[in-house]
Design a protein around this ligand. Structure first.
Ligand code: PIN
Length: 465
């Protein structure tokens, strides 16, 4: 798991382990938002020692403590009931977006998903190759892992639900540990994070990206009906799918103009604008003949800090493009993400206090078009199986500033997030390998009162998968 809040020290590498009771491990994806309150609970009430700044350790101890209490109740209670009660305790106490698994030594494995289903987790199965008549199970963040291992996707784990695999009996059981849970998954999984071959909450990620392209094309046609686009060029890799559909829908050729150097590491790992900027040129090269003398429409999945976008527009010009237009399959990102995707603090976002035309000016293109948020939501919602109709809403917080767990997210929270996430802080942490993870309490969800921060920009993001 990449750290989105704390440092990346070896002690925080998953799975995290506690030896009391039973011996319990945790692996999780996402981010807890009330870590201060949880730290107090674990230290002062549970009297448990905390060794790291990782929220995974809190998740581990909250479950472990409840398992210890359940163990005291004696043998007459089923293992699965003890496990499910302990998961209920986790879900009631932990706020944020998270999904994961605990392995309880001698008892089994339990997978769980946060009460809003912000982060994904799926269950798969296959006939056991070693025990005829029995079934093997697997749980993972994305269905692609299930395919790859030769299992079949069974279903998504529901928000607030736990799935327990009993290692003694080999039985599987499920329980809705928080009955009032509702599904509001992170829409960014569909925009960028999930692999296109994943099926997430019953919807093909690939198909949602085609829809995003279709809706984006419609907006381009509405806004600039007399456009003079000669060719549509995606910025690899994620935007290929939506770019393909943009080209098809506006009736212009789709061409590969940027080729990725497959030996270069992802740029988000590099702190600081200079390193990232340089790495864009190392990472991508142009096929000059696709640009020369043409009006090109570049398509990207999203624009975060705009550093890559700006560099890429310049690369298109250097390759001989006559005019460069830009479109984004996602709406303007104006707010930080607090559920496990490292979208930085507000002032580092290119769309912070900028409208479309200002962003176009900043990245250096002739004009640009962003997807509208209702269209993005519709791109996913329209593909939902109507017989299931499970989406209540989506977590679109980085576009809208509305956080589904909003009641505990206040300005104090965002200030601390800023202190951890800005470039300068990240660089300092990289040197010292120390830091922390934060939270807040209070009421409003507004993030207007962000403190001024680092002037450095960067590109890219990462989530906790
Ligand atoms: C590209 C994913 N995508 C590319 C991530 C960069 C924004 N950036 C978000 C665009 S891939 S910036 O799938 O990893 O190939 O323009 O905001 O700097």
């Amino acid at each position: 798991r990449y750290p989105t809040a704390g440092p990346s020290s070896g002690a925080e590498a998953q799975p995290l382990y506690t030896n009391y009771p039973h011996g319990i491990c945790v692996a999780h994806n996402g981010n807890l938002t009330n870590t201060d309150a949880l730290e107090t609970l674990v230290r002062d009430k549970y009297m448990r020692h905390i060794n790291t700044d990782s929220d995974s350790e809190l998740l581990l101890n909250i479950f472990a403590e409840e398992m210890a209490q359940q163990a005291k109740l004696g043998e007459d209670k089923d293992d699965k009931d003890k496990v499910f009660s302990s998961i209920s305790n986790v879900l009631q106490n932990c706020e944020g977006g998270y999904a994961g698994m605990y392995l309880v030594n001698g008892i089994g494995i339990v997978g769980f998903r946060d009460p809003h289903g912000i982060r994904p987790i799926v269950l798969g199965s296959r006939p056991s190759p070693t025990q005829p008549g029995k079934t093997d199970y697997v749980m993972a963040s994305e269905s692609v892992a299930i395919d790859t291992l030769g299992f079949s996707l069974t279903r998504d784990i529901r928000p607030g639900e736990a799935v327990f695999l009993d290692m003694r009996s080999g039985e599987i059981s499920t329980h809705q540990c928080l009955p009032e849970a509702t599904l509001s998954p992170c829409i960014f999984e569909y925009v960028y994070f999930a692999r296109p071959d994943s099926i997430m909450d019953g919807v093909s990620v690939y198909e949602t990206r085609l829809k995003m392209g279709e809706k984006l094309a419609q907006k381009i046609m509405r806004k600039i009906p007399d456009h003079d686009i000669d060719v549509v060029i995606p910025i690899p890799d994620t935007s290929r799918t939506s770019g393909l559909q943009v080209a098809y829908a506006i009736g212009r050729p789709f061409r590969e103009g940027f080729i990725k150097n497959r030996y270069i590491a992802r740029t988000f790992i590099m702190p600081g604008q200079k390193a990232r900027k340089k790495s864009v040129r190392l990472k991508l090269n142009t096929i000059k003949s696709e640009f020369a003398g043409r009006n090109v429409l570049l398509v990207d999945d999203s624009i975060v800090r705009g550093t890559t976008a700006r560099e890429i527009v310049q690369m298109a010009r250097d390759a001989g493009a006559k005019n460069v237009y830009f479109c984004s399959a996602a709406p303007p990102i104006r707010y930080p993400n607090i559920y496990g995707i490292d979208i930085p603090t507000r002032h580092e976002l290119v769309a912070y206090q900028r409208e479309e035309a200002d962003v176009a000016k900043h990245i250096g293109c002739e004009w640009m078009v962003y997807q509208d948020l209702p269209d993005l939501e519709e791109s996913v919602k329209s593909l939902e199986d109507p017989s299931k109709a499970t989406f209540k809403s989506f977590d679109c917080s980085c576009f809208s500033g509305t956080y589904v767990t909003g009641e505990t997210i206040d300005n104090d929270y965002f200030k601390r997030l800023h202190d951890k996430r800005n470039d300068a802080a990240k660089q300092e942490r990289q040197l010292s390998q120390s830091g922390g993870s934060g939270s807040g309490s209070g009421s409003p969800t507004a993030v207007e009162a962000m403190p001024p921060g680092s002037s450095e920009g960067c590109e890219g993001m990462v989530n906790n998968q």
